[in-house]
Design a protein around this ligand. Sequence first.
Ligand SMILES: [Zn+2]
Ligand SMILES: [Zn+2]
Length: 295
Amino acid sequence: MEAYVEAFLNAITGTLSWTWKSILFDVPWYLNYFWGLILISLVVWFLEITFPWRKEQGVFRKDFWLDGFYMFFNFFLFAIAISGIYKILGVFFEDIGIKANSLALIDTSHWPMWAQLLLFFIVLDFVQWFTHVLLHKYAFLWNFHQVHHSVKEMGFAAHLRYHWMENIFYKPLKTFGVMILGGFEPEQAYIVHFAAITIGHFNHSNIKITWGPLKYVLNNPVMHLYHHAYDLPPGTYGVNFGISLSLWDYIFKTNYIPEDSGNVKLGYPGDENLPQDFIGQVSHGFRFKKKKSVN
Ligand SMILES: [Zn+2]
Ligand SMILES: [Zn+2]
């Protein structure tokens, strides 16, 4: 028991001090997610302002600051808070004999680094695509995912507007992905993480990018805007579930881009019942049978 308490506290203080050191530039620059996230945000925001797709959209669009806060909340504050729990689970699984490499299907450690990173990127993207499909398919998961779909004007910061429970829903399959790849992240996994943040920011940005023929592989703002469309094609519970890659949607026939004007109503039927403020949104989703008239 003592080992669990110690692991819990060590993880929290470790993550907290790592975040603090990042703010002070006291970590290697390529591992500095704090300033990295700010830099990527500023670059994509600058491009949005310079090359806007929807020209009438404000530089500080609706919910700009709320979404900006979500970025730091989900990426840092929640990460610190949850680190102790994840550590306890890690110790528990190890105690019962399940190690990080227990499910290893392939040993990629002798592969060139670029090949390790590419496979890591593809596997992680696929498990996240699959998790995202589940978030739309099951009502109890969709309740939480509504926060991300409550965006009414799309801009880069909407990328990280999502309910903190989503961090937890994505975790098991992401861990599973790492486990089948040997149980550890490639040494230079930060390249994949930064690439994913950048692609995600672009997918939500007010910039018209389609990547030409590469659109069948890479997700893009035009495709992802339709993921956020208020009106879905009849008989579907969602389209364009891609995270970084659009490939899975083309393979599983969940792709849908009817036009590319950029002017499409966003949200979902019933979004007027979602609380507008952060506190209301982080506690949303737990009362499963909430009556519409409550708000
Ligand atoms: Zn979604
Ligand atoms: Zn989105």
